[in-house]
Design a protein around this ligand. Structure first.
Ligand code: GUN
Length: 302
């Protein structure tokens, strides 16, 4: 039997409607409008398209967004100056620096310059640390979207074996943490595989929930999947296709056709995890704005 498709696009549309309604209601009481500052350095086509999608989402839920584009030749000091300006801008509640940054700019230095209260990506050490110890924080958007999709689809995680392929700071490490934490969508036993793993298929075949964030097409094929497993494909890869209007098409890290005949559930690419990342970013931005307003009403004290 073919796997059930986990429709991230539909869930994201529902979440965005809720965020838009909450923002409207909040605006009626406060006359405040959440604002997201988006920083894009260089012109990597994938990054340009992600940033465009994030700005469109802001407009759709009624947020203000400001784009700050710098050339690939920008210095680290120039990027840091933009981040500091956004930290000080009261109309901006969330800051997103699209990663990866061009060579020559230290990503960690830039991320650490973001005010943790505006870190709607959940990438700063303060938010990562708070997540690890179960304190209120901004959760990183893609991992949070994956957990939300599992919960919403009725896929049990408690007591199940979740295998994560990939150990990035953006997806692999945080999603492994969220899957194991004592909370809805968690309580799983988690294995993390990476480029140093020997015998990847031996691990992936044990997974009740398989999250693939390896950044390489066909990292997982049908014979590497346990029958009935939930497969979450985080990859977005452009592969040349002369018959496609733009000369390429998007594929995930999982070979969709062979996986579909084995898995119980699977996310498509596009239309799976990607829209949920953006929906979670909108939620974090609203929360950042509401937290800032609450701080201001207490006289600016923490
Ligand atoms: N690059 C890939 N995914 C992300 C993300 O979620 N946030 C940012 N800022 N950059 C990314």
């Amino acid at each position: 039997m073919a796997a059930l498709i986990l429709d991230g696009k539909r869930l994201a549309a529902r979440l965005n409607e809720q965020t838009a309604a909450a923002a409207r209601e909040w605006a009626e009481h406060t006359a405040c409008r959440p604002g997201l500052g988006v920083v894009l350095v260089g012109d990597d086509p994938a990054s340009v398209s992600y940033v465009t999608a994030k700005e469109r989402a802001c407009a759709a839920v009624g947020f203000h967004s400001g784009e700050h584009r710098l050339p690939a030749s920008a210095s680290q000091q120039e990027v840091l100056a933009v981040v500091r300006r956004l930290n000080d801008d009261p109309a901006i509640h969330g800051i997103l620096v699209q990663l990866p940054l061009p060579k020559g700019i230290d990503e960690q230095t830039v991320v650490e310059a973001i005010d943790p209260g505006k870190d709607v990506d959940g990438f700063t050490p303060v938010n990562v640390g708070r997540m690890m110890i179960g304190q209120p924080c901004f959760l990183p958007c893609t991992p949070h979207g994956i957990i939300r999709l599992l919960i919403d689809s009725g896929i049990e995680t408690a007591g199940r074996h979740a295998v994560v392929v990939g150990r990035s700071n953006i997806v692999g490490k945080p999603v492994a943490h969220l899957l194991m934490r004592k909370a809805p969508g968690g309580n799983a036993t988690v294995t993390v595989c990476h480029t140093g793993t020997r015998g990847l298929a031996g691990f992936t075949r044990q997974a009740d929930i398989l999250v693939v964030a390896a950044g390489r097409p066909r990292t997982v094929t049908g014979e590497m999947i346990k029958p009935g497993a939930a497969v979450i494909d985080v990859g977005v890869n452009r592969v040349a296709d002369a018959s496609a209007p733009r000369g390429y098409r998007l594929v995930g890290d999982v070979d969709f056709d062979s996986a579909c005949g084995v898995a119980g559930w699977i996310t498509p690419v596009p239309g799976g995890v990607g829209p949920l990342t953006i929906a979670m970013l909108m939620r974090n931005t609203l929360e950042a704005a509401q937290r800032a307003a609450a701080r201001d009403s207490r006289g600016g004290k923490g």
